[in-house]
Design a protein around this ligand. Structure first.
Ligand code: GSH
Length: 349
């Protein structure tokens, strides 16, 4: 017997009317409340973002200005909150330090290649925005080692970075094979790569995107290979502290805006031509019709400004880590769903 069945007839009618009214959006609003994080951001006038230090994903340029794929999502958030892409401050933090720094309030968000996991959600109390990069753990080895898959690394010494999911996954991987390995656990990113270059370990393990970038930083990149095998799923997502619904929704819909723009074919260059579109979905999305401003209490043009300033998801990807960059990634899973990838935005309505 469900609760619905135990209600009186009158109560059932009221409940049904309520459900219809809620679905139609005509009930009195109960908005996502701003909590301590968004209050602090507003009072401070700047969003504090924890990042890593891999060029392509996040690194300061020669003028000290942060650039990169994850950095652009930080700027998009600054547009959503302040209508200004520069009201954001980036600070590099090691994988070992960053989650506790987020918990302690040093950051409002991590855009640092953090993998969404159930332990981080339940036990550590973090919330995750949409996955912005689908990754998987890999192995980087010298070609001279002559291995083509992880199962040939029985007894090997493997460099792993402290505090990463990789530290846990690699142990599972060898256990599953009933093989042994010797972990060399290193916190600092530069030291981690130096140890490998100096031959302190046979293989280096990390998110494969990270390994692809690291390979290019070795003195002789062509002497090394990232094995094609993936040891795990590493869905990289923005991470925040729990307790601030409105901040979480701003993070969610800022990321979705970039994905939805790509689905609509709206780019930085052509966006103004969409302002005269007669499609109600596009008019709402770009704030030509004001409905979303009222629903979100954000600038009705926040999506327009994000795309006009930074481009859609595909443009952010290509500019920072795509085929024409040094990093040279294929879209792969990080392609929109209509083109065979995993990126999908819920409706902007
Ligand atoms: N996704 C893994 C690893 C995270 C990670 O180490 N990410 C890379 C960037 S993709 C990183 O921060 N490297 C160190 C750095 O950039 O300083 C996790 O969440 O534990």
């Amino acid at each position: 017997m469900t609760l619905f069945h135990t209600l009186t007839r009158r109560a059932r009618r009221v409940a049904t009317i309520g459900a219809v009214a809620l679905a139609a959006g005509i009930l009195p609003p109960a908005p996502a409340h701003a909590g301590a994080t968004l209050d602090a951001i507003t009072a401070r006038g700047v969003i504090k973002v924890g990042v890593g230090s891999q060029p392509g994903f996040f690194a300061p340029d020669s003028n000290g200005r942060w650039q990169g794929f994850f950095v652009d999502f930080g700027r998009a958030l600054a547009i959503a909150v302040f209508n200004d892409p520069d009201k954001v401050e980036f600070t590099a933090s090691s994988p070992q330090q960053r989650l506790s720094a987020l918990q302690a309030g040093e950051f409002d968000i991590l855009l640092s290649g953090v993998t969404e996991t159930i332990t981080r959600a339940f036990k550590l109390g973090f919330h995750f925005g949409p996955v912005v990069f689908y990754d998987g753990q890999g192995l980087l080895v010298p070609k001279a080692l002559g291995v083509t898959k992880g199962s040939q690394l029985n007894g090997a010494t493997v460099c792993v970075q402290t505090g990463t999911t990789g530290e846990l996954n690699i142990a599972d991987f060898f256990r599953q094979q009933k093989h042994t390995f010797k972990p060399v656990v290193i916190e600092d990113t530069a030291e981690f790569l130096k140890a490998f270059a100096a031959g302190r370990c046979d293989a280096l393990t990390q998110d494969s995107s990270d390994l692809a970038i690291k390979r290019t930083q070795l003195p002789k990149p062509d002497d090394y290979v990232v094995l094609p095998e993936r040891l795990s799923k590493e869905p990289l997502a923005p991470a925040i502290r729990s307790g601030d619904d409105r901040w979480l929704e701003i993070v969610n819909w800022t990321v979705y805006a970039t994905i939805q723009a790509e689905e609509f074919g709206i780019t930085k260059a052509n966006i103004d031509s969409f302002l005269t579109s007669t499609d109600p979905n596009i008019r709402r999305f770009l704030g030509v019709d004001p409905g979303l401003g009222e629903a979100t209490q954000l600038d009705p043009k926040f999506v327009y400004t994000i795309i006009k300033t930074l481009g859609n998801y595909g443009e952010i990807f290509e500019r920072n880590v795509g085929k024409t960059t040094k990093v040279g990634f294929e879209r792969g899973y990080n392609q929109i769903w209509t083109k065979g990838g995993l990126l999908y935005s819920p409706p902007f309505r």
